[in-house]
Design a protein around this ligand. Structure first.
Ligand SMILES: NC(=O)c1ccc[n+]([C@@H]2O[C@H](COP(=O)([O-])OP(=O)(O)OC[C@H]3O[C@@H](n4cnc5c(N)ncnc54)[C@H](OP(=O)(O)O)[C@@H]3O)[C@@H](O)[C@H]2O)c1
Length: 276
């Protein structure tokens, strides 16, 4: 049963909580100095753009990659260019033990984790009637298990620290049944992590913020396939895919002190694809 008005008038100890001790100048709020961020899927695409954004804002970055070891050179290049600490770590996020020990490695090397961007993902885009069960399991193991493992072990660090910030890369495919490619398993994995992230925002309310980014098509390896590209241009109100430089500001906003009142949000950034 819901509370009555007289129940509601009872003052709860500790409420309202104080406003955060953050700068009022908005450009200072975006500064990541002193913050340590982990980004998964950081070798290329959206994850690399996000790593670059954090480095440009003076934050330290742990760039996680799986198979694309160009991440090692890219981490060195960012460290040199911006004079901050950037280190690459090879981690298969579908392996819980690897995730757990890589998180311990980052804490050992950087001292803490302020922001964790669970960005890595993959797709085997097929109708379910053509999808092999191994292909189904593979997508679940990266897109669902991987995000759950990263969140669980990063969350333990956040709880210990008394602060933290998780950002999950989901997809507009968690909002819509994407067209023209039938890919129910991929769509389902993204719907899972969106709702999982919102649920964590409540579970972790005493010590961490959690938000979700839902991109439309961006021009990366996971962007629109050659068969779907013309429909992607037609569906997006802006008539094109996004460039990864156009998503950097959103992740920086969510990672920084500019978004301290934001938790449990799911932000679509899709060029108007999901409008109709
Ligand atoms: N591009 C789009 O149109 C679009 C739209 C909506 C959502 N997204 C989401 O955005 C995220 C980033 O994708 P992207 O577009 O930037 O494509 P991308 O460059 O192909 O990035 C995907 C990343 O996931 C990593 N990854 C895959 N399996 C992994 C595993 N088992 N362990 C650790 N990392 C693994 C890959 O690492 P390695 O290369 O090192 O193996 C790769 O860096 C994904 O979650 C994707 O679902 C993309």
């Amino acid at each position: 049963m819901s509370m009555t008005l007289s129940d509601c008038s009872n003052i709860r100890e500790g409420f309202p909580r104080p406003f955060p001790d953050t700068p009022t100048n908005v450009l200072q709020q975006f500064n990541m100095s002193g913050k340590v961020a982990v980004v998964t899927g950081a070798a290329d695409g959206i994850g690399h753009a996000v790593s670059e954004a954090f480095a440009e804002a003076n934050g330290a970055v742990a760039m996680w990659y799986n198979s694309n070891d160009v991440a090692v050179k890219k981490a060195e290049a960012l460290a040199q260019k911006y004079g901050i600490k950037v280190v690459a770590y090879k981690v298969d996020i579908s392996d819980a033990e690897q995730v757990k020990s890589a998180i311990a490695d980052v804490v050992r090397d950087f001292g803490r984790i302020d922001v964790f961007v669970a960005n890595a993902g993959m797709a085997i885009s097929k109708p379910i009637l053509e999808q092999k069960l191994e292909e189904y399991h593979k997508q679940i193991s990266v897109n669902v298990d991987g995000v759950v493992f990263c969140s669980k072990y990063a969350g333990e660090v956040f709880q210990r620290q008394g602060s933290g910030n998780l950002i999950i890369t989901s997809s507009m495919s968690a909002h819509i049944v994407n067209v023209p490619t039938d890919q129910p398993v991929y769509n389902g994995t993204k719907a899972f992590i969106t709702h999982f992230g919102k649920s964590l925002a409540r579970e972790w309310r005493e010590f961490a913020r959690v938000n979700i980014v839902s991109p439309g098509f961006f021009d990366t390896k996971m962007g629109a396939s050659p068969l779907a590209i013309n429909e992607a241009y037609r569906m997006a109100a802006l008539g094109r895919q996004g460039h990864t430089k156009e998503i950097k500001g959103l992740y920086l906003y969510l990672a920084s002190d500019a978004s301290t009142y934001m938790t449990g949000s799911d932000v679509l950034i899709d060029g108007g694809y999901t409008l109709p």
